[in-house]
Design a protein around this ligand. Structure first.
Ligand SMILES: Nc1ncnc2c1ncn2[C@@H]1O[C@H](COP(=O)(O)OP(=O)(O)OP(=O)(O)O)[C@@H](O)[C@H]1O
Length: 323
């Protein structure tokens, strides 16, 4: 048994996204709240009413004195909640503990930390009481020509990656469901995405200057329901993993698509991994950005690591495997 490092007895605020997982947040909440009660985890529920509401609810919860927050949602709700931790002014972000019960579509963040999808096991893993300080990234970008910034908790992508994410999110918003919509977006964008000339610096050193197909920046490993574009990322090493895929023959590239399921993306010739605590991306013509699966804006971008800034509940297995 690994030692526990928090006790669950304090009251938790639950930020519940009713539309996550195409409505699973709402339909499954009675079951989840019953299971939490059975396990002796006391929660007060707050439901998101619109996009970005999880950020407001996280700020309000901390202001009301909660230091334990359970996200009942998908990766987008985790992203918005974590951003709320950086907006609130009541306490250091590391005073807040975030647990996740995944009801989303992709649920990629939980894969990194070995948190089960099954509600009974996920709640049991909260009871096990293991916390971990993960890095996040502060990302600056442009939206409607205005400089903006956001915090990244999982994985971000620019270029083709963001185009796929945009197509995928639009299909989800139209009510389309199923794995096929992601694959459909992957192949549709593969046919129509136009590469751009991009310059990338890592820790002040130029690592790429040329036509870019796609770039992925990972604190964690998983995107799009279990694909690994940054398969070696370590969530508390103070470094981003950056995968760069330059413009190349798309038939040859997509014939190797399986590697993103097996963790072997760097087996593809000319696909490179860079590591660093700061990344700058300058593009000749605007390149789109997605952060944690949310489409946000355009280049130029800057990513800065914020080391061990968010305290999250992880599985016992995750702690054991790292030891
Ligand atoms: N009441 C609401 N009405 C409409 N949209 C909402 C509401 N509450 C939250 N949202 C938005 O729902 C979107 C989807 O949420 P989330 O990402 O958590 O679920 P998902 O897309 O099913 O899962 P994943 O991101 O893991 O694939 C987020 O962009 C969030 O801003």
């Amino acid at each position: 048994m690994t030692p526990k490092n928090f006790d669950i007895s304090q009251r938790w605020a639950a930020i519940v996204n009713p539309v996550a997982g195409s409505g699973r947040g709402l339909t499954d909440w009675p079951q989840i709240s019953g299971l939490l009660r059975d396990e002796g985890i006391a929660v007060d529920a707050m439901f998101t009413l619109h996009k970005y509401h999880a950020t407001e609810l996280a700020v309000a919860a901390v202001r009301q004195g909660y230091r334990r927050i359970i996200v009942v949602g998908g990766d987008g709700t985790i992203h918005e909640t974590v951003n709320g931790f950086f907006i609130q002014q009541e306490c250091p972000t590391t005073d807040i503990l975030m647990a996740v019960i995944a009801v989303g579509t992709g649920n990629d963040w939980i894969r990194m930390f070995g948190i089960p999808r099954n509600y009974v096991d996920a709640i049991r893993s909260i009871r096990e009481g293991h916390a971990f300080l993960q890095d996040v990234g502060k990302v600056s970008y442009y939206e409607s020509k205005v400089h903006q910034s956001r915090y990244l908790a999982n994985v971000a992508g620019f270029g083709y990656d963001a185009a796929v994410c945009r197509g995928f999110n639009r299909l989800k918003e139209k009510g389309c469901r199923g794995k096929w919509i992601y694959l459909f977006s992957v192949f549709r964008e593969a046919l129509r995405y136009r590469t751009r000339r991009v310059r990338v610096e890592v820790d002040g050193e130029e690592v790429f200057d040329g036509k870019l197909f796609t770039g992925t920046v990972g604190i964690c490993k998983y995107t799009a329901g279990g694909l690994t574009q940054t398969p070696n990322a370590i969530a508390d090493d103070g470094l981003f993993d950056l995968t760069v895929i330059p413009a190349m023959n798309r038939v040859r590239l997509f014939s190797r698509f399986r590697v993103v399921y097996t963790g072997n993306i760097y087996d593809i010739p000319r696909v490179s991994l860079f590591r660093g605590g700061s990344i700058r991306v300058h593009a000749e013509r605007p390149v789109r950005l997605e952060i944690d699966g949310e489409i946000l804006g355009y280049s130029d971008f800057e990513f800065r690591i914020v080391e061990r800034a968010v305290r999250v509940v992880v599985s016992e297995k995750f702690i054991r495997d790292r030891a």
